[in-house]
Design a binder for this molecule. Structure first.
Ligand SMILES: NC(=O)c1ccc[n+]([C@@H]2O[C@H](COP(=O)([O-])OP(=O)(O)OC[C@H]3O[C@@H](n4cnc5c(N)ncnc54)[C@H](OP(=O)(O)O)[C@@H]3O)[C@@H](O)[C@H]2O)c1
Length: 234
């Protein structure tokens, strides 16, 4: 049975990956910065829970030690949005955003390289705004763009372990519920900005992540799951 660690696994897309992986017969470890939330999901799906905070390297070292028997796959969904214009940048929030998306996954590679099985893989999360500059998306855009390079260069560094990224468009993952009534407008606008005329569903992303785990001849790639949104002019 293959073992998978999902970091950011207690909520939204991470939780959906953890749920599907458990259903598909993986030995699932739910990693989250809040152990209680990870534990709730882990109990529900027959997984185990571990505290992993991408902003705290000591938790990465401790998790790798806990899983030193070996691990096949690591999926990381962490993000720390800082959606402001350049003149409003806060240095700490800027660094936290890079840590959640890029530095954290690189440090995961550092600590887990010795325990990742050679046939295994890592999946990082990017996002369509990396390819579509917009006001207020500066940090999200640059960090998501950097994820593509992180996946490519980590693939070279960790080979034969495969490293890939997925780059979703706007997906109704649960994260947009915080917008309340404005969520419908966002989803509608996003749907109109694709070739396929709809916004993303959680399963669009989960299906792709699960495919990547088994795609033994795919490494260093970023897979775009956004209905062609990068290619459609406004
Ligand atoms: N949903 C979309 O429309 C969309 C579009 C493009 C890209 N993406 C990307 O897809 C990924 C997942 O997005 P989502 O929709 O599931 O919602 P999200 O709200 O972006 O989820 C972020 C996840 O990262 C975790 N996280 C944040 N900081 C962390 C840290 N320091 N250590 C460990 N985990 C941390 C959160 O856990 P907590 O429960 O602890 O907060 C949560 O599980 C993100 O990288 C996002 O940028 C999403």
């Amino acid at each position: 049975m293959e073992r998978i660690l999902v970091i950011g696994g207690a909520r939204a897309l991470g939780a959906a990956v953890a749920r599907r992986a458990a259903k598909d017969g993986y030995d699932v470890v739910v990693g989250a910065r809040g152990l209680a939330a990870a534990d709730v999901l882990a109990r529900e799906i027959g997984a185990t829970a571990v505290r992993v905070d991408l902003q705290d390297e000591s938790t990465l070292a401790a998790a790798a030690e806990l899983l030193k028997d070996g691990i096949d796959h690591i999926v990381m969904t962490g993000s720390a949005p800082h959606d402001v214009r350049a003149t409003e940048l806060d240095r700490d929030k800027l660094l936290a955003a890079f840590t959640a998306k890029v530095v954290g996954p690189m440090l995961v590679a550092k600590h887990f390289a010795p325990v990742l099985r050679p046939t295994g893989s890592m999946v990082l999360f990017s996002g369509v705004v990396g390819w579509r500059p917009a006001l207020g998306s500066l940090v999200k855009g640059v960090t998501n763009g950097a994820v593509e390079y992180a996946a490519r260069h980590l693939a070279a560094d960790l080979a034969p372990v495969r490293v890939n990224a997925v780059s979703p468009g706007v997906v109704d993952s649960g994260t947009w519920d915080r917008l309340g009534d404005e969520k419908t407008g966002l989803l509608g606008k996003s749907a109109a900005g694709t070739f396929v005329g709809r916004y993303g569903e959680t399963d669009d992303v989960v299906d792709t992540v699960m495919w990547l785990l088994g795609a033994g001849f795919v490494s260093g790639e970023t897979i775009h799951i956004e209905g062609g949104a990068r290619h459609k002019s406004a």
